[in-house]
Design a protein around this ligand. Structure first.
Ligand code: DP6
Length: 348
């Protein structure tokens, strides 16, 4: 990759995130129909470099792991079209976009969250370099990221984040995420996320198509109310260190998300038989061991196993015995809550 010939270059690393209260259903330009709460991951990150070439005709090239990937062009094109009024350099330069992920595509980790937030950080930084304007605020970067992919709005901070307006939290917004405005209990500051891979195949129905099915969903109003209540309760549990309460909400949100998929028109199922076998194992272990462990699912068959760091030894022992054999090729990806995006200094 040769980015050094450009006077203007920016590199950012940004994490994926995992939602406990799920964003499912949107209004125009990825404004969510309900609030969502997530934490940023540590190891699952996208690193993106954007370098600018002066040109009469704007446009972009996109490389993922050094390979040109035409499949991703429409989503990036749409993103650039939607933010060009805020980032005028898009009309003045050819953008060379080089991205790499630390995790496999379709692994149950939202690559659009890390990818779109990393790209938004690079563009915000470059706009400042080119025009000498003051830096965009982190909320503005969250706003731009949201336009690329809804869940990306929550990837601009480390730790726990909230996106979507709640009247009870006046600073919350549908336009950008905010860090949770509470003091997080130590129990939830070391949360581990072990991703139990059931299938690494591309999913049959994209999240974007799934969101669209919420438009006329028979349970739409109930879902909005549920997410609202779960968000307020979750905030209390995160503050008070209430593991039981946290676990109840995490599982309720995961099962509700998949229930919404199964009850939309047309319906679809993303869980696989091994997903259910793993859930049964987890429920049994929870009851028998009394240890703090729970799970969530995103829009796919893979399970995110969640537990605080102080029980890691016991959990990993059981996981290797009982869960690993049910995972595809025995694959488990270990991650945990992280500190958020960072700018990577240029190599000279
Ligand atoms: C199930 O952010 O991937 O992971 O806005 O269309 O890009 P678009 O969708 P996306 O949806 C994520 C859905 C989810 C839940 C969540 O992360 O809150």
């Amino acid at each position: 990759m040769n980015t050094t010939s450009s006077a203007y270059t920016s590199t950012w690393q940004s994490p994926s995130n995992l939602a406990i209260v799920k964003y499912w259903g949107k209004k125009e330009l990825q404004q969510p129909i309900n609030p969502s709460v997530s934490f940023s991951l540590s190891k699952a990150v996208t690193t993106t470099t954007v370098s600018l070439t002066p040109t009469k005709s704007s446009g972009f090239s996109f490389y993922l792991n050094n390979e040109e990937k035409p499949a991703f062009r429409p989503k990036i094109q749409k993103f650039l079209d939607r933010i060009r009024s805020r980032i005028p350099l898009i009309d003045q330069f050819h953008l060379n976009i080089y991205s790499s992920n630390t995790f496999p595509h379709s692994s149950g980790i939202a690559s659009s969250a890390s990818a779109m937030s990393a790209l938004a950080f690079c563009l915000a930084d470059l706009q400042q370099q080119v025009a000498g304007e003051k830096n965009l605020s982190i909320q503005e970067v969250s706003y731009l990221s949201r336009i690329g992919s809804g869940s990306a709005a929550r990837s601009v901070y480390g730790g726990w984040n909230l996106w979507g307006h709640l009247p009870e939290i006046p600073e919350s917004s549908d336009f950008h995420a905010i860090p949770l405005p509470i003091k997080i209990h130590p129990l939830f500051k070391t949360l581990q996320d072990d991703i139990l891979i059931v299938s690494d195949q591309r999913k049959k129905v994209s999240s974007t198509a799934g969101h669209a099915l919420m438009h006329d969903h028979p349970f739409r109003n109930g879902r909005i109310k549920q997410a609202h209540n779960n968000t307020l309760l979750l905030l209390k549990h995160l503050e008070n260190g209430n593991w039981e309460g946290f676990s109840t909400i995490a599982e309720n949100e995961a099962m509700s998300l998949h229930g919404l998929m199964m009850s939309s028109h047309p319906s679809f199922t993303l869980m696989l038989p091994a997903t259910l076998s793993l859930i049964n194992e987890i429920k049994e272990f929870q009851q028998n061991s009394g240890l703090p462990v729970t799970f969530t699912l995103d829009a796919g068959p893979n399970i995110h196993l969640l537990y605080p760091q102080n029980v890691k030894k016991e959990i990993v022992k059981w996981e290797n015995q009982k869960l690993k054999p049910l995972c595809e090729k025995g694959t488990i990806i270990h991650d945990h809550i992280g500190d958020g995006p960072q700018k990577i200094s240029q190599q000279k």
